[in-house]
Design a binder for this molecule. Structure first.
Ligand code: GMT
Length: 374
């Protein structure tokens, strides 16, 4: 198959899922064309069968806002025509499903009908897509897609609640390549924690929905009774929240390590004892799945699709959004009971196997084939 993947190039979950999916499809011999505003962060261009097409946005003095969505639809049109693509797969409704719809209309003038799959990732439905500036256009472009997938059951229900969707939404969960987490732990634990100290970790784009303040408060409470360190990976607007917290709690400065964006996430995750994800909203929680694949139990909120990934009492613990007290209690309980910790580490790893790439990719391929047979 010749597949066009439309996605964000950044470290956000939707871009990562799109990139990993494309690379696996390319490994399997499919020709995969990424269309994005920049080279996707994890895309390995040295692999066979991978193409990248950058959306060029032409500026003009008249434009206050260069029309990206028009440039995107023109790029999709050109790439489909030039490379004779079979299928388009949009990751995130805004603007990909919208621009792909217009590209499809343009292609009809050339007698080319190409099926479009839209995968909903979360914030396109629960946050940005709700805004009156986007709401109707999002609903329209979802309905115009030939197939719709959602990364969790919870997101499917949110979509049905918030929009008038006229088509079936198929849940295809996010996935992980568990093999990548089998790497030997070359990274030294003693670089992050002293002997006998536990390591709590949080990985995110540090946006307000991640509730960084809760991460910090949980750690502050836990640290009072458990010798521990907190590692935070990622960059984003709420770095300011962290800096404010540290200036109010200077005694914790040496206890909290800020690593920014890292390339070898797996190795660092493997050092941790507990992953914290107290998010306000989370359609799936890919970061929690990555932690589990590294054998790290998760203490999370019950937002969106998280409880579908983090099983309360088995792979970690789940509490209400904002319930810092209960999350602290769970963290202390887990970190002070070696037997429970070891058990939950194993359960976390085992549960991550269910979301392994080998179980999920065939679902996308079956969907592509179904659309192509039509
Ligand atoms: O978490 C973010 O803010 C980024 C966002 C994205 O679209 O890149 O993540 C969403 O998609 C991920 C991949 O499907 C999910 O794992 C995240 O839970 C989801 N984020 C939210 O719903 C807030």
């Amino acid at each position: 198959m010749k597949i066009g993947i439309l996605c964000y190039p950044t470290y956000g979950g939707s871009g990562i899922v799109a990139t990993e999916l494309g690379m696996i499809l390319a490994n399997q011999g499919h020709e995969v064309h990424f269309i994005s505003s920049n080279l996707p962060a994890r895309l390995d261009m040295t692999r066979a069968n991978i193409f990248f097409h950058k959306v060029q946005v032409e500026n003009y003095p008249l434009f206050k806002f260069p029309p990206y969505d028009i440039a995107l639809s023109s790029t999709i049109y050109q790439v489909v025509k030039l490379y004779d693509l079979d299928i388009l797969h949009a990751h995130y409704a805004i603007p990909f499903a919208y621009s792909a719809f217009y590209a499809k209309q343009m292609l009809k003038e050339d007698n080319k009908d190409i099926p479009l799959i839209t995968t909903l990732h979360g914030t396109d439905i629960t946050l940005v897509g709700q805004h009156p500036s986007y709401n109707k256009a999002v609903e329209f472009s979802i309905n115009q897609s030939d197939a719709i997938t959602s990364v969790s059951e919870s997101l499917k229900q949110d979509t049905l609640k918030n929009f008038h969707i006229k088509k079936e939404i198929q849940v295809i969960n996010n996935f992980i390549d568990n093999k990548l987490f089998d790497v030997e732990n070359i990274c030294c634990r003693d670089q992050f924690a002293n002997k006998g100290e536990k390591i709590l970790i949080h990985v995110s784009n540090l946006r307000p929905v991640k509730r960084i303040q809760d991460v910090l408060e949980i750690f502050k409470n836990v640290e009072k009774s458990i010798n521990s360190k907190l590692v935070i990976i990622g960059e984003g607007p709420d770095m300011e929240v962290i800096n404010n917290f540290l200036s109010d709690n200077p005694e914790l400065i040496t206890k909290i390590r800020l690593l920014g964006k890292v390339d070898d996430l797996q190795r660092i995750l493997k050092l941790a004892d507990v992953f914290l994800l107290p998010s306000e909203q989370e359609s799936f929680g890919l970061a929690a799945l990555e932690a589990m694949a590294a054998g790290v139990p998760v203490i999370s909120s019950n937002a969106g699709g998280i409880p579908e990934v983090n099983i309360n009492g088995k792979t970690g613990f789940v509490a209400d959004i904002g319930d810092v007290e209960t999350m602290t209690k769970y963290a202390i309980e887990l970190l002070s009971d070696e037997k429970l910790l070891a058990e939950m580490k194993l359960n976390a790893k085992e549960n991550a196997e269910l979301f392994d790439i080998k179980n999920i990719i065939p679902q996308y391929i079956a969907l592509y084939n179904k659309l192509l047979e039509k």
